[in-house]
Design a binder for this molecule. Structure first.
Ligand code: HEC
Ligand code: HEC
Length: 331
């Protein structure tokens, strides 16, 4: 009997000590970590969106934890305890069927893109296996005044009517756009966080071939491989890896008049300062083209522009970093 008590008591004691050491103490310690620099509490609509994220089971396929591993560098800098100060209980997740979403608000900042993607992921990412979340949208005969319908491309849109986001969809997208990593000054991996997808962008076979051909016919004045990588990291989310855009939502860059123009000034200004609401080949786009002046150097912008001007059948004169600097100086 005494031995039984000793075994049971000993086991209980070991269990209790381990529970305190491995679960309770780290929990207490974590809850006392101050928020990291720039980490803000969620607004009411973002907090509501977080509840929908949980209810819809997004965390079954998406993590929100960037590990300090080379394979995770595409998702941002390694997560720090202060990142989660206002996001408790943490939605770390354990399955990564889809990409980590810790920094998705930086990577994909367009609400229009997020709506189309939630309505039917295939409409913007053809090979996607993410389920559609159509119940987060209403299909109405005509969008009420002041409500911009979601520009779902034709093959994915309902036969009749306009797709408009419900309040749940609006809250969820507000939450997704709030998922932005704040830089930690001087922390290792910081460089990776500012250009998250650049290192990971696969070397584009077609572009590589074009570059090799270009080199044979007279060395190209720009780094085609760099231009393709930078385009994949900064532009492909909306314009597509192959620059074909999303019909009705994001313009194609194949044969785009601004890309084809001999005078590159408007092309450079569009990338530097962004654009909105200008009809392109008769279509007006609801989404906004973001400005890149503060994120990309003159050299990087020149490389991207030259990639656009020499890919997908486009043949337009290329530009130099000095051309970009000249347009930048004008503003
Ligand atoms: C069955 C697994 C699965 C579920 C559930 C799921 N996703 Fe996804 N998600 C994916 C996959 C796979 C991708 C990558 C392909 C793509 O972009 O569509 C993805 C991509 C994304 C992206 C784009 C990420 C990027 O880096 O471009 C966002 C944003 C996203 N999901 C949000 C959500 C939200 C919000 C929910 C819940 C409403 C959700 N997902 C539910 C599998 C899933
Ligand atoms: C968040 C989505 C998004 C991203 C990211 C994006 N664009 Fe755009 N882009 C747009 C939209 C929307 C338009 C249409 C703007 C308008 O309606 O005036 C556009 C228009 C353009 C045009 C055509 C301008 C014209 O007047 O015909 C060019 C060129 C262009 N983008 C290049 C780029 C480049 C280069 C990048 C990356 C550095 C990029 N875009 C990143 C959404 C995006």
């Amino acid at each position: 009997m005494n031995r039984l008590v000793a075994i049971a008591g000993g086991a209980t004691l070991v269990y209790a000590v381990l529970a305190v050491l491995m679960a309770i103490m780290p929990g207490i310690e974590l809850s006392q970590v101050p928020p990291g620099p720039g980490v803000k509490p969620l607004s009411p609509i973002e907090a509501r969106g977080r509840e929908i994220y949980v209810a819809e089971g997004c965390a079954y396929c998406h993590t929100q934890q960037v590990r300090p591993l080379p394979v995770d560098r595409v998702f941002g800098r390694p997560s720090a305890p202060g990142d989660f100060a206002f996001d408790t209980p943490e939605l770390l997740g354990s399955e990564r069927t889809g990409p980590d979403l810790t920094n998705v608000g930086t990577r994909q900042s367009s609400d229009v893109w997020q709506y189309i993607h939630l309505y039917d992921p295939r409409a913007v990412v053809p090979q996607s296996i993410m389920p559609s979340f159509r119940w987060l949208f209403d299909v109405v005969a005509k969008a009420p005044a002041g409500v911009v319908p979601v520009p779902v491309p034709k093959p994915y849109a309902p036969a009749n009517g306009a797709v408009i986001p419900t309040d749940d969809a609006k809250a969820l997208v507000a939450y997704l756009l709030s998922l932005k990593q704040q830089p930690i000054p001087g922390a290792p991996g910081e460089a990776a966080a500012t250009a998250p997808l650049a290192q990971a962008a696969p070397a584009n076979g077609t572009t590589g071939g074009a570059a090799a051909g270009g080199a044979a016919a007279g060395a190209p004045a720009f780094d085609a491989a760099d231009g393709a990588k930078l385009f994949a990291a900064n532009c492909a989310a909306c314009h597509g890896e192959q620059g074909a855009g999303v019909p009705g939502a994001f313009p194609t860059l194949h044969g785009n008049p601004v890309v084809m123009a001999t005078d590159p000034a408007e092309h450079i200004a569009t990338v530097l300062h962004g654009a909105q609401g200008k009809p392109i080949n008769g279509v007006t786009y609801a989404a906004q083209m973001p400005a890149f002046a503060s994120q990309l150097s003159d050299r990087q912008i020149a490389d991207i522009i030259d990639h656009e001007r020499t890919s997908w059948g486009n043949h337009s004169p290329t530009v130099t970093a000095a051309d970009v600097a000249a347009v930048r100086a004008k503003k």
